[in-house]
Ligand binder design. Structure first.
Ligand SMILES: [Zn+2]
Length: 189
């Protein structure tokens, strides 16, 4: 898709860790969850997070794990396309709650990009097995901010959402998966 736009795709590196790891974005600790560091173009996956997905959020399965990686690679793509930089610059002139809304849109776009990955990889390599999409949707739904906050403290407060609701995460992943185009992932309009 990059080539079609006359751009070159640079692959990110994947770092798997269990206890802690050093990154250009600071010290990565277990239980931090997966993240992408634009400073070194690496995706950091805390394997303890996968245990949590399975044990605490009832979202096991290889495709749930693949979805988490694809979401972080989505942030890498946003960095390469300049979207992350544009959002950071726009946020400097906004109130904290308006800035937070943009962060949520960025996160939902990463979910949509994860759907794009599933769409195109399945087309090229037939990777999707029975139940895979459900696994990813289940994981997306399990780690929505509303669900996580309700689990943690019994209620959800939308102004502090950083990733969107379960419903939004599922919807954007599905949109990328079904439509398969970059344009379908415009979460900013
Ligand atoms: Zn994210």
């Amino acid at each position: 898709m990059f080539a079609l736009q006359g751009k070159r795709y640079q692959e990110p590196k994947l770092v798997l860790f269990t206890d802690n790891a050093g990154s250009a974005c600071g010290h990565a600790q277990a239980a931090m969850g997966p993240f992408y560091c634009p400073g070194d173009n690496k995706v950091y996956i805390d394997l303890g997070f996968y245990q949590q997905l399975k044990n605490n959020h009832n979202a096991p399965g290889d495709f749930a794990q693949a979805y988490a990686i694809a979401h972080e690679v989505g942030h890498h793509v946003q960095t390469l396309l300049g979207i992350s930089g544009q959002v950071r610059r726009a946020q400097q002139n906004l109130s904290p709650s308006e800035a937070n809304k943009l962060s949520v849109r960025l996160e939902l776009q990463a979910d949509c990009f994860a759907g794009l990955w599933a769409h195109h990889t399945d087309k090229a390599k037939q990777i999707l097995e029975q139940g895979d999409v459900e696994e990813a949707l289940h994981a997306a739904s399990a780690i929505g901010d509303d669900r996580l906050q309700k689990q943690a403290r019994g209620y959800a407060s939308p102004e502090s959402f950083t990733h969107g609701t379960s419903r939004q995460r599922v919807d954007w992943f599905k949109k990328g998966l079904i439509e398969g185009t970059l344009q379908s992932c415009n979460t900013f309009t």
